[in-house]
Design a protein around this ligand. Structure first.
Ligand code: ADP
Ligand code: MG
Length: 685
């Protein structure tokens, strides 16, 4: 029998258990070995009786010091107490309704016991402890794995199955790393690692095993992503856009100079576009760093070379804003730009689709509507996705599939450390705009308690009197549109009541008809609305320079990165701007998060802190990035190992770009398996 046979043939498993195992993803014998513990209970370190603390779980190494006593306080209830001793004191094992337990122990037996301490009237009791006698330390006295389980399989059953599988099958595991490589990278062998990840003898062996397995998982994933990237390149010949692109003329007409970071990033894009390779580039830049201009420059270049461009944004508001901006800035260039969003009338839509197809439209801006069937281009040269973190990999891919081999640009304001970007966007090159345009005023940020609400609204009023505008944002409650609507509506009514007759208050939320949304947004832009009460629909990209106050209700419910995005809606004009975070939370982490918002406006620092405080899970799902679920590695907590694996992956590929050398063949097989089984979505493109 081998590793790839069904678990059903394992000793002690059979069809019934095999069915249960299948439910937790274990089908083959191999899967058993790679079903890792979610935690361990350390029963190896021995506590002295003297040091027992109430309610703590302990392991004692003791001698049975007397005979047992069984009390029967009530009918049907028995309490058995067995005295035990070490060189520091006396304690009792206590069992309920197990009167026969006293047959198990003889006075003088040396045992290990593990259980919870209960100190009762000064007497140290260990409640219903598990125990092992003499040399046997399988239940007590070792580090015991705790498996993620379904309710049908107990931890002890799992331990038994895994133990016997390890005994018979670890020798069949294929070592994919050469001795030399393991030596250089301090990796223990795969069979040692597997044995010890399940049943570590001590902390040190556990660490070494985990290191080996995490490293392996990262290395294979990173190699897979790199290979996909180079395959995308090698198989496709991209468009060679002209060097002449009217960008100088465009920049001369701009009322401001590009920042040096913007120049650098545009240069990187230009190089990609002018070469025969297919551009696959991610532009990362903090809120307000000026990504739109970069996109417009790229689209102008595409148009001058005779190709069409498409730009997708996550909301109609944002798409509309881009559309206006593009038309404003490119109006002297004889370029036709149209907007495709869900709210268009059928007739308008038809006209646009027709003109895109016959090439009369140079630039098409829109929402998800762009990736639907029926949107066909004559010669699409450039596909841009804005606020890419709002889209999945599949949607991104769909947009570029609208052309033959268009260059691809994706933009995001969620900055993440490079190590992570290499994983999450492993198939992309990365450009970073790490500089804000000059003259940006710092946004003063204050976190205040709910009781300050009326003072905050007074402050808002003062700014409105001076001609400014304000946003008041309410959170998504449990992601439920209905509740979401309710909370924003309530706040709207409150504010409207407060300012009635004097100032105009508008309401904006996700449930509104797109045309109504647009109407409200336009009114806000035209200053017909002074205060905009809204849900997070304004989170991304919206640009109204005259507004200088952002009030965020229940701010404790937002992620820091999201708060940062929201705050980025103000501070866009010449006016001193404010962000006020109204929160109710008294918990320490929440307060710490608000303090970070007060202290820093650097998006990179904020997202790192967010990661630290909220933990990886909530930060963002890797699923939407197309990254497979990892078995043991964690891209956030194991970041140091990830770095080492990335370096090694680059080193390996530098010598053997296709992983075809004999010494790499085993690694290659594993990478291929990963690509075929788990990275389809990314490699599809
Ligand atoms: P984001 O990177 O968040 O998408 P935008 O592209 O919306 O930022 O730019 C924010 C604002 O900054 C816009 O009003 C834009 O016109 C302006 N802007 C962009 N680049 C510069 C620059 N180099 N100097 C001054 N203002 C700029
Ligand atoms: Mg933007």
């Amino acid at each position: 029998m081998n590793l790839y046979d069904s678990v059903q043939y394992l000793k002690g498993v059979g069809p019934k258990r095999a069915e249960k195992l299948k439910k937790i993803g274990i089908k083959k014998i191999y899967d058993v070995l790679f079903y890792f513990p979610r935690d361990y209970e350390d029963r190896s370190s021995i506590t002295k009786i003297r040091d027992c603390k109430n309610k703590e779980k302990v392991t004692l190494y003791v001698k049975v010091s007397g005979s047992s006593v069984t009390l029967r306080p009530k009918k049907g209830v028995s309490i058995t107490k067995i005295p035990i001793k070490d060189d520091t004191g006396l304690a009792y094992m206590v069992y309920f309704n197990q009167p026969y337990i006293n047959n198990t122990f003889k006075v003088g037996d040396v045992i290990r016991v593990n259980g919870r301490v209960n100190i009762s009237y000064g007497q140290i009791q260990i409640q219903s402890p598990i125990y092992s006698k003499g040399k046997d330390n399988s239940r007590v006295g070792s580090i015991v794995p705790i498996y993620p389980l379904t309710n049908k399989l107990t931890n002890n059953e799992m331990i038994k199955i895994i133990k016997s599988t390890i005994k018979t099958y670890t020798s069949q595991l294929d070592e994919i790393f050469s001795l030399k490589m393991r030596d250089e990278l301090n990796l223990i062998s795969i069979d040692e690692a597997i044995k010890n990840i399940h049943f570590p003898t001590d902390r040190e062996t556990y660490k070494k095993s985990k290191y080996r397995l995490v490293f392996e998982e990262f290395l294979i994933l990173q190699l897979g992503l790199f290979l996909i990237k180079s395959k995308l390149r090698e198989n496709k010949v991209g468009i060679e856009f002209h060097k002449y692109d009217r960008s100088e003329e465009f920049l001369n007409k701009l009322p401001f100079n590009l920042t040096s970071a913007q120049y650098r990033v545009f240069k990187e894009i230009k190089q990609d576009m002018e070469s025969t390779k297919v551009m696959n580039r991610l532009v990362q830049g903090d809120v307000g760093s000026g990504k739109t201009i970069i996109a417009i420059l790229a689209m102008l270049k595409s148009t001058v070379s005779g190709y069409q461009s498409v730009m997708m944004a996550p909301t109609e508001i944002l798409a509309t804003q881009h559309y206006d901006e593009i038309n404003k800035l490119l109006k002297d260039f004889g370029i036709r730009c149209e907007l495709l969003v869900g709210s268009l009338s059928a007739k308008e839509k038809l006209r646009i689709l027709e003109d895109v197809k016959n090439g009369n439209i140079d630039i098409l801006v829109g929402t998800h509507a762009l990736i639907q069937d029926g949107v066909d281009f004559k010669r699409l040269g450039l596909a841009i996705t804005d606020e890419q973190h709002r889209f999945g990999v599949r949607q991104r891919a769909k947009l570029s599939e609208k052309g033959k081999t268009p260059d691809v640009l994706v933009m995001t304001a969620t900055p993440i450390p490079r190590t992570l970007a290499m994983i999450l966007y492993g198939d992309l090159d990365i450009s970073i705009i790490d500089e804000l345009p000059p003259g940006r005023k710092k946004i003063d940020t204050y976190a205040v308690n709910n009781t300050m609400k009326s003072r905050v609204f007074d402050f808002v009023k003062k700014q409105i009197v001076q001609g400014r505008q304000a946003y008041i944002v309410c959170p998504l409650v449990e992601e439920s549109e209905t509740l979401d609507l309710q909370s924003a509506t309530e706040v709207y009514q409150e504010i409207d009541e407060l300012y009635k007759d004097k100032y105009s208050v508008g309401l904006l939320h996700g449930k509104m008809k797109p045309s109504d949304k647009e109407d409200i947004m336009n009114k806000f832009k035209e200053k017909e609305i002074d205060i905009l009460v809204s849900t997070t629909v304004i989170e991304v990209g919206v640009n109204v320079p005259n507004s200088n106050i952002m009030v965020i209700m229940n701010s404790e419910r937002f992620g820091l990165a999201q708060l940062h995005q929201l705050r980025g809606r103000v501070g866009r004009g010449e006016y001193k701007s404010y962000c006020i975070l109204i929160n109710e939370s008294k918990n320490k982490v929440a307060r710490e998060r608000m303090r970070i918002m007060e202290k820093t406006t650097d998006g990179f620092i904020i997202s790192e802190k967010d990661l630290e405080l909220r933990g990886p899970g909530e930060f963002f799902g890797t699923k939407q990035h197309g990254i497979p679920e990892l078995k043991i590695a964690n891209i956030f907590t194991d970041m140091e190992i990830l770095k080492i694996a990335q370096k090694e992956a680059q080193k390996i590929l530098l010598e053997d770009a296709t992983l075809n050398l004999p010494k790499n063949i085993k690694i290659r097989n594993r990478v291929d398996k990963l690509i075929n089984e788990n990275l389809k979505e990314i490699s599809f493109n």
